[in-house]
Design a protein around this ligand. Structure first.
Ligand code: UD1
Ligand code: CA
Length: 461
C-alpha cells in the first residue's frame, strides 16, 4: 500500500509574536516542520506534500529536497488546506497521513502505529487521538455507546456536554487517499468559525457507509501543538529529555540531564560524560570517553575520543583524540587542535591549526596561524594577524619555542627547532636553530632610589 503525507503549514502563527513564520521556530536546533517531516519520513511515504501559505519561500528553503509543496492562497481552514494538495495526490491509490506542522514531538513510531492500525481495521479514515488532561481548545471525539467514532466537534462548536469529553483530536489522520479527496468536496463552512474543517471528513465518510475509527495514543505530550512561546518552551523541554535519554541508552553519562541542552542532530560516543549546564548545538560530533564540563558551549564542532572541554566555547572547531581545552577558552571557526595538543585557560584560537602535542597553556591569542608538532607557546603570546584592513597568516615549525609574552606580527615564518625569547616582538622570519630576541634592553641605574619622588615620603625611607 502506497503511503503519502500531507503536512499542514500555511498558518501564520500570530500568537508567536514573531517576524518568523511559526513552523520555522526551532525545537532543539531544528525547525518544527523539519521535526514533523523527519517523523513522517520514518513511514517511508512515496510523497510528502507540505501546504505553505504566507512565508512560503522560507519554508520551501528549509524543506528543499525533502517535500513537494502546495500553495494555499487564503487560510480557509484545514480541509481547504488539504485540498490544495489535490493536484499532487488526488488520483493516487494508497493511504495518506495528514499532520500539522506545529506538532514537533510526534515520532515516526506513532505514525507507523497509526498506519498499521488503519490498515488492520480496514478503515477509510482513522484519527489519532489522545486523552488530554485539559482538553480546552482541541476538537473532541464523539463516540456512540458502542465506542464507534461518530464525528469530531471543535471547541467553538461544542455543546457543554461535549466540552467535558477528554479524548481529543491530535490533528493527525490517516485516510484512504482517494476517498479523502472525494469527501473534501462535500465539506462546508457552516460552523462557528466559518472555516472548512478537515475534521468534518470523518462524518462525511461515515455517512457514506465507510469505516471510520480512532487510534488512541498513550502519551498525550507527544501531540503537543505549539501556538505560542510557552508551548515552544514546553516542547523544547520534552524534546530535550527525549534526546538526552536516547544518548543515555547509547552509553553517555549525564550528571544532570535537566540542564544539558543538546540539539537533535548531535552525536556523542559512549562513556562520554556531560556535566550540567552544557549546551551542544548544530552538527556537533563528540567521540568516546570525553568530558564536557559545566559552562561549555559547543557548536558545529568535531571532537575525537578522550577529549576534555572544561567550561569553554567552541564554534566550528575541531579537536582530535586526546586533546583538552579550558577552563574559559574559546575556539572560533576553523580552529583545529591536533592529537595530544593541550589548550589551557583563557586562550582564543581562530582559523589556526595547533599541531600534535603542541602546548598553548595560558592567556594567548592565536589567529591565522599554523603551528607544527611539539611547539611550546608560552603565557600571553599574541599572533597579531590584522593590520586593520587585511588578515595575514604565520607558520611555526615543529619543536619551536615561543617565549612568554611574545607578539608575532603576521605574516612570519618561524622555522622548526627555533627559539623566540620571552617578550619579543617578532617582525622578521626566524630560521632553524636561531634564537630571536627583540625587546628593549634592561638598564639598571645605581643609587636611583633617593631621586624618586616617593623616597621623599618618610614612610618609604
Ligand atoms: C485543529 C483541529 C482540532 C485539533 C487541533 C489539534 C480542525 C478544524 N481542527 O485545530 O480538531 O484538536 O488541530 O492541534 O482541523 N492550517 C493551514 N491552513 C488553514 C488552516 C490551518 O495550513 O487554512 C494549518 C495551520 O498552519 C496549522 C494546522 O493547519 O499547522 C492546524 O490549524 P489550526 O488553526 O492551528 O487548528 P486548531 O484550531 O489548532
Ligand atoms: Ca493548532
Amino acid at each position: 500500500m502506497n503511503k503519502y503525507v500531507v503536512v499542514l503549514a500555511a498558518g501564520k502563527g500570530t500568537r508567536m509574536k514573531s517576524k518568523f513564520y511559526k513552523v520555522l521556530h526551532k525545537v532543539c536546533g531544528k525547525t518544527m516542520v523539519e521535526h514533523v517531516v523527519a517523523a513522517a519520513k520514518a513511514t517511508q511515504p512515496a510523497k510528502i506534500v507540505t501546504i505553505v501559505g504566507s512565508g512560503a519561500e522560507d519554508v520551501k528553503e528549509v524543506l528543499a529536497g525533502q517535500s513537494e509543496f502546495a500553495f494555499q492562497k487564503e487560510q480557509l481552514g484545514t480541509a481547504d488546506a488539504v485540498q490544495t494538495a489535490g493536484q499532487a495526490l488526488a488520483d493516487l491509490d494508497g493511504d495518506t497521513l495528514v499532520v500539522t506542522g506545529d506538532t514537533p514531538l510526534f515520532t515516526g513510531e506513532t505514525f507507523n502505529h497509526l498506519f498499521a492500525y488503519h490498515a488492520e481495521k480496514g478503515n477509510a479514515a482513522t484519527v489519532l487521538t489522545a486523552e488530554a488532561p485539559n482538553p480546552f481548545g482541541y476538537g473532541r471525539i464523539i463516540r456512540d455507546e458502542q465506542g464507534n467514532v461518530l464525528r469530531i466537534v471543535e471547541e467553538k462548536d461544542a455543546k457543554p456536554e461535549e466540552k467535558k469529553i477528554k479524548e481529543i483530536n491530535t490533528g493527525v489522520f490517516v485516510f484512504n487517499n482517494k476517498l479523502l479527496f472525494e469527501a473534501l468536496k462535500h465539506v462546508n463552512n457552516d460552523n462557528a468559525q466559518g472555516e472548512y474543517y478537515l475534521t468534518d471528513v470523518l462524518e462525511i465518510l461515515r455517512e457514506e457507509g465507510q469505516r471510520v475509527g480512532a487510534y488512541k495514543m498513550p502519551d498525550f505530550s507527544e501531540s503537543l501543538g505549539v501556538n505560542d512561546r510557552i508551548a515552544l518552551a514546553k516542547a523544547t523541554k520534552i524534546m530535550q529529555r527525549r534526546i538526552n535519554e536516547e544518548h543515555m541508552r547509547n552509553g553517555v553519562s549525564f550528571i544532570d540531564p535537566d540542564t544539558a541542552y543538546i540539539d537533535s542532530d548531535v552525536k556523542i560516543g559512549n562513556d562520554t560524560v556531560i556535566e550540567g549546564g552544557v549546551v551542544i548545538k548544530g552538527k556537533t560530533v563528540i567521540g568516546k570517553n570525553c568530558l564536557i564540563t559545566t559552562g561549555s558551549r559547543i557548536e558545529d564542532s568535531q571532537l575525537g575520543d578522550h577529549v576534555t572541554v572544561t567550561s569553554s566555547t567552541l564554534q566550528e572547531a575541531e579537536m582530535d583524540d586526546n586533546t583538552d581545552i579550558g577552563p574559559n577558552s574559546h575556539l572560533r571557526p576553523k580552529a583545529v587542535i591536533r592529537k595530544g595538543a593541550h589548550v589551557g585557560n583563557f586562550v582564543e584560537i581562530k582559523k589556526a591549526e595547533i599541531g600534535e602535542n603542541t602546548k598553548v597553556g595560558h592567556l594567548t591569542y592565536i589567529g591565522d596561524a599554523t603551528l607544527g608538532k611539539d611547539v611550546n607557546v608560552g603565557c600571553g603570546v599574541i599572533f597579531s594577524n590584522y593590520d586593520g584592513v587585511k588578515k595575514f597568516h604565520s607558520y611555526v615549525g615543529d619543536k619551536a619555542f615561543v617565549g612568554a609574552g611574545a607578539t608575532i606580527i603576521n605574516p612570519i615564518n618561524v622555522a622548526d627547532h627555533s627559539f623566540i625569547a620571552a617578550d619579543s616582538t617578532i617582525t622578521k622570519d626566524v630560521k632553524r636553530y636561531e634564537m630571536a630576541i627583540a625587546r628593549g634592553r634592561q638598564v639598571n641605574k645605581e643609587d636611583y632610589w633617593h631621586k624618586l619622588p616617593l623616597a621623599q615620603d618618610k614612610d618609604w625611607q
